[in-house]
Write a protein that binds this ligand. Structure first.
Ligand code: RFL
Ligand code: PHB
Length: 389
């Protein structure tokens, strides 16, 4: 098969990129290792920036998001008895949208056939070839036979563990990484949220987050040790821990219910530079990871793809090679700012196993400062709603 852009991975990055290219009449094919059900079964992000919802609107795919999503004007930072509200709407004039990654992915997947975006699911052994030549291609196997796709460009949207980043020679890339000494245990349950806005809590027993997917479906997280297994956390233990960490006000409104999903995710900050090598471009988690504390991962994937689609449109419409050459620097400038925000909020809100009394006083001092300073709250708010593209 021959196409203009071959995309590896049908997560949010790959699907959004495919649609943005198809909207301009550019040929694009996505190859995805998993099945559609598997892709839709992953419970991940919940908070979308305006930059992300704007992209969906531009594609004419924002109707369900606006009908079913929950626009939020603010969120809370809790520390013991103290609750600091960050009024993002008043401070920035913008809101964020609570709408699950699963739903966003479903909207993009369902619209693919009618827009001529071909997605090849269950493609095994995807391999990238000649990425620094003029005629790159990828190979994969499906149903026992081997396939090849020739393209002008390959776009690696295959997440942190995919093959695309590995196709860039080690000598041409630099990786920056921080691994945090804890993970997040998440629970999804069909119970009303304990609060109408998100609460990020720093408690002496560790971090907790109260989030949601709708008025009837809640998503909660607790910081756990890296040695912990899901089996160590029966539902009752998890609800008790959430009630303790989120504080008495949230606990008094918390409705408990059976877990629809429960999983542990490690926390990591990671950036691989550059995000382009020859005719291979990376976008989303394939190039960088943020800890989920700032709700930036999916939104960064969306902003990468915005820049990448512009670069590719420049190339195919105007033969503008500079746009392709400039993609990595442009995307990385925003990536590093989101890395900074996510890292800082992670440091502020978690209890580190090796943290000492001084580290804790620094957290308290920073929270005191945030509570008393509109400038500090504005800085958090403008990062949370998403920095301009
Ligand atoms: P994805 O979603 O990982 O998709 C990559 C796709 O590539 C496929 N793939 C392959 N395909 C072909 N061949 C191969 N060899 C392949 N290897 C992999 C995979 O099957 C998959 O379909 O990456 P993408 O598109 O870059 O999207 C990134 C986001 O998914 C991620 O950043 C967010 O989920 C992060 N995240 C959050 N982001 C937010 O913006 N707001 C949040 O509130 C938020 N909360 C979270 C999160 C991530 C979490 N976890 C579990 C890591 C909460 C959690 C708990
Ligand atoms: C979520 O609802 O899954 C969620 C919300 C906010 C975050 C991370 C995850 O910062």
């Amino acid at each position: 098969m021959k196409t203009e852009v071959a995309i590896i991975g049908a997560g949010p990055a790959g699907l959004l990129l495919g649609h943005l290219l198809r909207a301009e009449g550019i040929e694009a094919v996505i190859v995805e290792r998993a099945s559609p059900d598997y892709v839709l079964g992953r419970i991940r992000a919940g908070v979308l920036e305006r930059t992300t919802t704007d992209l969906m609107d531009r594609l004419g795919l924002g109707a369900r998001l606006h009908a079913e999503g929950l626009p939020h004007d603010g969120f809370h930072l809790a520390d013991g008895e103290r609750l600091i509200r960050i009024d993002i709407a008043a401070l920035t004039g913008r809101q964020v949208m609570v709408y699950g990654q699963t739903e966003l992915t479903r909207d993009l997947m369902e619209a693919a056939p009618e827009r001529g975006l071909e997605i090849i699911y269950e493609a095994a052994d995807v391999a990238l070839h000649d990425v620094d030549g003029d005629r790159p291609y990828l190979t994969y196997s499906k149903g026992g036979s081997a396939h090849r796709i020739d393209a002008a460009f390959l776009c690696g949207c295959d997440g942190f563990h995919g093959p695309s980043r590995q196709a860039i020679p080690k000598s041409m890339a630099a990786a920056y990484e921080k691994i945090y000494p804890f993970g997040w245990l998440g629970i999804l349950a069909d119970v009303p949220p304990c609060n109408h806005e998100l609460i990020y809590a720093n408690h002496e027993r560790g971090f907790a987050l109260a989030s949601m997917r709708s008025e009837r479906r809640s998503r909660y997280y607790v910081q756990v040790s890296l040695e912990d297994k899901v089996e160590d956390w029966p539902d009752d233990r998890l609800w008790d821990e959430l009630a303790a960490r989120l504080g008495p006000a949230a606990a008094s409104h918390m409705v408990r219910g059976p877990a629809l999903e429960k999983s542990i995710a490690p926390l990591r900050s990671f950036v691989s530079e550059p995000m382009r090598h020859g005719r291979l471009m990376l976008a989303g988690d394939s190039a960088h990871i943020v800890p989920p504390t700032g709700a930036k991962g999916l939104n960064l994937a969306a902003s990468d793809v915005h820049y990448l689609s512009q670069a590719l449109i420049g190339y195919f419409k105007r033969r503008d090679r500079d746009a392709i050459a400039g993609y990595s620097d442009k995307a990385l400038a925003r990536v590093w700012k989101s890395e900074r925000f996510s890292w800082q909020l992670t440091r502020l809100m978690h209890r580190f196993p090796d943290g000492d009394a001084f580290d804790r006083r620094m957290q308290v001092a920073e929270l005191d400062y945030i509570a008393s300073s509109v400038a500090a709250q504005t800085s958090i708010a403008e990062n949370y709603v998403g920095l301009p593209l």
